[in-house]
Design a binder for this molecule. Structure first.
Ligand SMILES: Nc1nc2c(ncn2[C@@H]2O[C@H](COP(=O)(O)OP(=O)(O)O)[C@@H](O)[C@H]2O)c(=O)[nH]1
Ligand SMILES: [Mg+2]
Length: 212
């Protein structure tokens, strides 16, 4: 494999979602002990890189995590420019955080322009260790996922429950994203592969929680 092929497998990923949903905690969990971040004062974003093995291919992610500057519009174009994938995070105990992903979606569409047709998106329902406080039902999640499928590439949208606290599905969600990216980059090899399904919580009682 040439060095150029290795470099090809570096993917820029932007993390979006309301403050407090656990974006930074997810990244820190994903990085494990190898955590290294640079804080860029100008654009207010934590940028780090981490490599995962996806079906025998090393996929290197460059993760951009907005660090508290979500109000500043001027940050946006720099943040989204050149991204290959988006991670959208909500907090399963906070229905507003799912509702607000509509605003994030609009911002992504505005900033990515035409390239949005090609971008894999992974939707994460984080804090799923707090099952006793679960306030978001599957219908709401499915509806938003369908909405994403209408405006982005339908085959490149996946949803997973995660917990940065327990580590559940954090690594798996980036592996799934890696697979979606490889399917785009190398369809001849990966077209038949689909990410594992982590759309259901392992210990969820059969009766659904009532809506808040
Ligand atoms: N119980 C639980 N708490 C979490 C989880 N992820 C993040 N938190 C907590 O939620 C708060 C906000 O997390 P942070 O990563 O700073 O959110 P961000 O603003 O989206 O980057 C912190 O107190 C975290 O400890 C999770 O999976 N489970
Ligand atoms: Mg943060």
């Amino acid at each position: 494999m040439s060095i150029f092929e290795v470099r090809d497998d570096l993917y820029k990923v932007c993390l979006v979602g309301d403050g407090g949903v656990g974006k930074t905690a997810i990244v820190e969990r994903f990085l494990g002990r190898g955590f290294a971040s640079t804080y860029n004062l100008t654009i207010g974003t934590n940028i780090c890189t981490h490599t995962v093995d996806v079906d025998g291919t090393r996929v290197k992610f460059q993760i951009w995590d907005l660090a508290g500057q979500q109000r500043f519009e001027f940050v946006r174009s720099t943040f989204y420019r050149g991204s290959h994938a988006i991670v959208m995070v909500f907090d399963v105990t906070n229905p507003n955080s799912l509702a607000n992903l509509h605003k994030w979606k609009i911002e992504i569409l505005q900033n990515l322009g035409k390239s949005h047709h090609d971008i894999p998106i992974i939707l994460l329902g984080n804090k799923s260790d707090l099952q006793q406080k679960l306030l978001i039902d599957q219908d709401g999640i499915s509806k938003f996922k369908d909405e994403l499928k209408l405006e982005f590439h339908a085959d490149s949208i996946a949803f997973m429950y995660t917990s940065a606290l327990s580590g559940m599905n954090v690594e798996e969600s980036f592996e799934a994203l890696g697979l979606l990216l490889l399917k785009k980059r190398k369809p001849q090899i990966y077209i038949d592969k689909t990410p594992n399904n982590f759309e259901h919580l392992p210990n969820l009682p059969s009766s659904r929680p009532s809506k808040a």
